[in-house]
Design a protein around this ligand. Structure first.
Ligand code: GDP
Ligand code: MG
Length: 167
């Protein structure tokens, strides 16, 4: 099995940390031409018969908001349709306008979505997570929630097997 995995989320939620952990090495970003390519290739991980190609989706970032507004909502959601799995990375509690912007794009996608709730290690009380998650799952009823700590590598194995099942 082989497929594209889009990693989306506002800046600072831990996307790079997560990917570094999955790939076991620092990111090698091979292309930075959002105008000409639909995806930015971030890394490839092959394990047994499973190959996951991690990509960034230009147009889902605040920096590109002007261009985004011009082409939205069709093109960014179209780019997201060219992937097999979407990882929507969020901070475990902090929700901002930028998260909301990404959420609105993710709501259009037809492929499976995994809501990756990161920075679990910063949580003092596990119950803190629940109200936020309930709300988020209502916004994305078909998405599965995976709480992780990208920094400590907690639950990343489970995330990777959920990805592999969907490729
Ligand atoms: P990105 O902008 O989404 O790529 O986020 P980064 O991966 O650059 O991470 C932003 C900041 O959050 C950095 O200071 C990371 O060390 C920190 N961070 C990322 N993942 C975790 C985590 O699981 N736990 C904690 N406590 N901090 C994290
Ligand atoms: Mg980053």
């Amino acid at each position: 099995r082989c497929g594209y995995v889009a990693i989306v989320g506002r800046p600072n939620v831990g996307k790079s940390t997560l990917l570094n952990h999955i790939l076991g090495q620092k990111l090698a970003i091979t292309s930075r031409k959002p105008q000409t390519t639909r995806h930015t290739l971030l890394g490839i991980k092959t394990e047994g018969e499973v190959q996951a190609i991690y990509v960034d989706t230009p147009g889902l970032h605040k920096e590109n908001e002007k261009a985004l507004n011009r082409f939205m909502n069709k093109s960014a959601s179209q780019a997201l349709r060219d992937v097999d799995v979407v990882l929507f990375v969020v901070d475990r509690l902090r929700w901002t306008d930028e998260d909301q912007m990404v959420l609105e794009r993710v709501q259009y996608v037809s492929c499976p979505v995994l809501i990756v709730v990161n920075k679990l290690d910063r949580m003092e009380d596990k119950n803190e997570l629940l109200p936020h998650l309930e709300w988020l799952t209502q916004q994305l009823p078909n998405a599965e929630v995976v709480p992780v700590s990208a920094l400590q590598g907690r639950n990343i194995d489970r995330l990777e097997s959920l990805i592999a099942e969907r490729l």
